[in-house]
Ligand binder design. Sequence first.
Ligand code: NIG
Ligand code: FE
Length: 407
Amino acid sequence: MKSLLIRNIKLLAGTHGADVQLVRGADMKVLPSVDDAYLLVEDGIIKAFGSNTDTPERADETIDAKGGMVLPAWCDSHTHLVFAAPREKEFVDKINGLTYEQIAQRGGGILNSAKALANTSEEELFDSAWHRLMEIQSQGTGAVEIKSGYGLSYEGELKMLRVISKLKEKSKLTIKATFLGAHAFPTEYKQDHEGYLALLLNKLLPQIAYEGLADFIDAFCETGYFSVDETKRIIEAGAKYNLPAKIHVNQFNITGGVQACTTLGARSVDHLEVLDDNDIAALKNSNTMPVALPGCSMFIRIPYTPARTIIDNGLPLAIASDFNPGTCPTGNMNMILSLACINLRMLPEEAINAATINGAYAMDVADTLGSISIGKKANLIITKPVPSLAYLPYAYGSNNIERVVIS
Ligand code: NIG
Ligand code: FE
């Protein structure tokens, strides 16, 4: 047994009960915490915490937090961090006035990333993804979901998922893999949706399940991408292989996709930049986590998810980075936290709950991560000495993290 003691913690934040799976509505602004605390970890698991005055005498290793705060590491439930190449040329095109949709129509966007991925080896893909993974770990991410979706072919999708599998093996972070073959229709299938769905659902899915390469299934449910009916078929096919759904929906248009997702028991619905009363009603009657991606809204200049409407209707909300080369080229969750406070008008406590326990729920790891609870994994952020919790999202752009502990 190996023990780690963290002492002199000014605020130990996010001490939800071990059985709390998510927080919703008015409860989101409550972030249970202990002032002037210690935290004891044994073999990577949170063993005890409490007031400084009760700090245990010794442990195998001791960290003096020196008045910094300790929080659960970020749980980033939506990323596309395996990709072949950045797309800064499209960034400039957008500055010059083109929209995300116009760029996609010209063969840019997702198809552009798919072309680059086809010409990149599994080793090269792994190396660049590993670099990004280590970067987000240093920025406080302790659990991350990673999607395929730039393969868009039998070989390409398997290549991406195998890279994610290797990341899982080599990294100490908790990683969940999502099969997003339904990210866009490849050019050769533009007029043959049935052909592409057959490839995804009859050929790829069984192989992915056989190799155990995915934990979830996803689709881009949007006008010009996958229709609500196609999305339903994808969710149902995933369910047969025990892959719950996490769906890109309501990014640009309200299509009824949210209702389809909640009815079919999706784990999360992500984006929701546009949302109506029917969507809110559907979410209220479900166990589906709404996920906002404010980094994407900022980067491609589209509306922000109406977080206040969601939370003030008593619903839970998670925030995630959407780290990808087209719509959010950063996985820095500290930045996402600031954007949630500034543009989604979430209180710092709400944003931290959204980025920890609710993010954990959105990728089904809330049993082991997302809060400082006895029995959970000790994936932790130790901050520099900061004046208050609100200072973290307030001082955006500063690095307030002193150290990240993984297990
Ligand atoms: O979540 N909207 C769909 N998928 C990604 C963007 C992918 C890309 O542009 O490469 C997103 O924003
Ligand atoms: Fe995404």
